[in-house]
Design a protein around this ligand. Structure first.
Ligand SMILES: [Zn+2]
Length: 138
């Protein structure tokens, strides 16, 4: 059986949705959900549970993963900047935070970091055409 070339899907979508140079990308909830599902399938074999999104004008990073390890409630969420220089950066930042979500769910909050496990995911992301770990998000 022919295996679908996974790297093509993300690349094609990014190319099709790319705005002309100089036009910034405005984050939408619709895109967050859409790209979460795409990346969940392409990178994480659909193993990630859905997570709420928040939007802020951030000062020191492009996005961050929010979690509350000391409460027993599941309060994690992904906070995205409201605007990105490009949609590609938006997608790469989302993928970055999804890795933290994976770490939190599978390894626990002490392992939400940029160590070895994270770098393995960066390599996997690179294989579908995304550069993670080089953008500026937390
Ligand atoms: Zn990070």
């Amino acid at each position: 059986m022919a295996r679908r070339n996974k790297s093509n899907r993300v690349k094609k979508l990014l190319k099709a949705e790319a705005k002309p140079k100089g036009i910034e990308y405005d984050t939408t909830l619709e895109d967050c959900r859409k790209w979460f599902d795409i990346l969940n399938e392409e990178l994480f074999d659909n193993s990630l549970s859905h997570v709420p999104f928040g939007f802020k004008w951030l000062r020191v990073c492009w996005a961050y993963y929010e979690y509350f390890p000391k409460t027993h409630e599941r309060g994690e969420s992904i906070i995205m900047h409201k605007r990105y220089p490009s949609q590609r950066l938006f997608v790469e930042c989302l993928a970055h935070e999804m890795i933290h979500h994976w770490q939190y769910m599978n390894l626990g909050w002490r392992k939400v970091d940029h160590a070895e496990e994270f770098l393995d995911w960066c390599k996997k992301a690179k294989s579908i055409g995304l550069r993670i770990g080089e953008e500026q998000s937390e």
